[in-house]
Design a protein around this ligand. Structure first.
Ligand SMILES: Cc1cc2nc3c(=O)[nH]c(=O)nc-3n(C[C@H](O)[C@H](O)[C@H](O)COP(=O)(O)O)c2cc1C
Length: 313
């Protein structure tokens, strides 16, 4: 039987064009260059690196991961090899894979974010995702992501270093995610990624202490999908910038929901840790869904969600 015309999976996120809307989520796929044949990495629209800081970081002491019903808690603490080693050891292999490369950038202080991006500029990545939402570090990260002024300050500092597309990864652990997103766009970000992990707690009942050294940890996986989807929906209704959705996405149907709600692209994180081919399968599945639903170009569905039945009531 004729499968019909090939759907167009290309999407445009402000200045960033992708061959399809599927990426891995930062920190769940190494630096993106490992086992490309096994993972089908070449089928992704973009590869997002582990969050990189200017200097290497050892991360938090164990335990770092804990399984929960339909999800997991992590407290990795931004362990990474630092920008210089990333550029010399990882970037050449990443470049050869084909998809766009988005460098995720972290720091303890504003000037560290700016310095990391300045150093990365020579490496030729295609875009940046500024992580102001890591809940697992003592300084930086979420400290910026909880405050519109702090978020704007980081974005302005980074914007001063690059003309490449700049996305800011938001935390759901805030009272008003729209306020933080707006501050980022006003400070020069091209778009937003929503969301990073939700703060959660696990307790060792024998020790009568929190399981993780820092107390709380970040919850991810299908458990957070409806919560993350709601954040994307809130942002899409309030702000003009392009959105990348993340949180519990495992299938093409999950991705479709995020895109209807307003995400121009999506990321697969925890799902990718369970099955390293998951993100590539979501990319293929989106093509199949387009065909099955008579959608010629995936861009058509972005933000196409209709109002709830009694939205005015
Ligand atoms: C083990 C682990 C490590 C992570 N490391 C990072 C990171 O380095 N930088 C970042 O921005 N997000 C990090 N995240 C958050 C994910 O990128 C993603 O935003 C979140 O897990 C929600 O998506 P998911 O439910 O598909 O995993 C990490 C998540 C996990 C589970």
């Amino acid at each position: 039987m004729d499968p019909g015309p090939t759907p167009d999976l290309r999407v445009r996120l402000g200045p960033l064009e992708l061959s399809n809307p599927v990426m891995n989520a930062s920190g769940t796929f190494g630096y993106g260059d490992e086992w490309p044949d096994l993972t089908g990495t070449a089928q992704l629209g973009a590869i997002v690196t582990k969050t990189l800081t200017l200097e290497p970081r050892p991360g938090n002491p164990p335990p770092r991961l804990h399984e929960t019903p339909a999800g997991m808690l992590n407290s990795i603490g931004l362990q990474n090899i630092g920008v210089a080693r990333f550029l010399s050891e990882r970037m050449p292999a990443l470049r050869a894979l084909g998809p766009r490369i988005i460098a995720s950038v972290g720091g303890n202080r504003t000037h560290e974010y700016a310095a990391a991006v300045r150093a990365l500029e020579a490496g030729g990545c295609d875009a940046y995702e500024i992580n102001i939402s890591c809940p697992n570090i003592a300084r930086g990260g979420l400290a910026f992501g909880r405050c519109p002024l702090g978020a704007g300050e980081v974005v302005r500092a980074v914007r001063g270093e690059t003309r490449r597309p700049l996305f800011v990864k938001l935390s759901p652990n805030v009272t008003d995610i729209v306020e933080i997103g707006r501050a980022c766009l006003e400070a020069g970000a091209d778009g937003l990624t929503a969301v990073n992990t939700f703060l959660g707690l696990a307790i060792d009942i024998d020790a009568e202490r929190p399981l993780f050294h820092r107390g709380g940890a970040g919850l991810s996986g299908p458990a957070i999908r409806p919560l993350a989807l709601h954040k994307v929906w809130e942002l899409a209704r309030a702000l003009p910038g392009p959105l990348i959705g993340a949180g519990g996405i495992l299938t093409a149907r999950d991705a479709w929901e995020f895109m209807l709600a307003g995400a121009g692209a999506i990321q697969v994180g925890t799902g990718q840790m369970r099955d390293p081919r998951r993100a590539a399968a979501v990319a293929r599945g989106l093509g199949e869904l387009c065909r099955a639903r008579g959608v010629g170009s995936i861009g058509e569905i972005v933000g196409r969600l209709r109002p709830a039945a009694c939205a005015g009531g």
